[in-house]
Design a protein around this ligand. Structure first.
Ligand SMILES: Cc1cc2nc3c(=O)[nH]c(=O)nc-3n(C[C@H](O)[C@H](O)[C@H](O)COP(=O)(O)O)c2cc1C
Length: 160
């Protein structure tokens, strides 16, 4: 199984989850590639809040990977104002067709929960042909915890 993990992380939480997912998939014998979405322009917290509310697409470095090479896409985002982070909005806009690819959105949040983040990801990726098979939500407190690790292991057991 070939899996790609694409994520945006501003303060490292979502990145830690992406790396733990990669490690767990690797142990299962999957072929894994991990890609961090890079912003071309950083913005202040207040600007990010305003942009996230309006579901704007941040300027990001162009996605280089052809997703048609993969069986599974893990897409990770922090929750910003109940929604995906703006660099992830940009990535979803430019990722191309996802026909036949199983998709697992994952997110981290500060305690407010996913709100509509998973719904927004579904609305963007299913019309491109992707098939959402599972999802994972971790609070920032869970990220480095035993509970977090167990949730990741459970997720990978159910999809890989
Ligand atoms: C602009 C902004 C908006 C946020 N909005 C929310 C929110 O609506 N609900 C919530 O639970 N956490 C919110 N957070 C907290 C982040 O989701 C949380 O700290 C997350 O783990 C950060 O991930 P990262 O370290 O990968 O960037 C927000 C953080 C930022 C920077």
């Amino acid at each position: 199984m070939k899996a790609i993990i694409v994520y945006y992380s501003q303060t490292g939480n979502t990145e830690k989850v992406a790396k733990e997912i990669a490690k767990t998939l690797d142990k299962k014998g999957a072929d894994v590639k991990t890609v961090s979405i890079e912003r071309s322009l950083k913005k202040s917290y207040d600007e990010n809040v305003e942009d996230a509310k309006k579901e704007e697409k941040a300027k990001i470095e162009e996605a280089q990977t052809d997703l048609s090479d993969f069986d599974m896409l893990f897409i990770g985002t922090p929750v910003w104002c109940g929604k995906p982070a703006t660099p992830v909005n940009a990535y979803m806009d430019q990722c191309g067709r996802l026909d036949g690819i199983k998709i697992v959105p994952f997110l981290t949040h500060g305690g407010g929960g996913p709100s509509v983040t998973f719904d927004k990801i579904k609305d963007e990726l299913e019309p491109k042909g992707g098939n959402i098979v599972e999802e994972l939500s971790l609070s920032s407190e869970e990220v480095d915890s035993k509970t977090g690790k167990e949730k990741i292991e459970k997720l990978i057991s159910s999809v890989a």
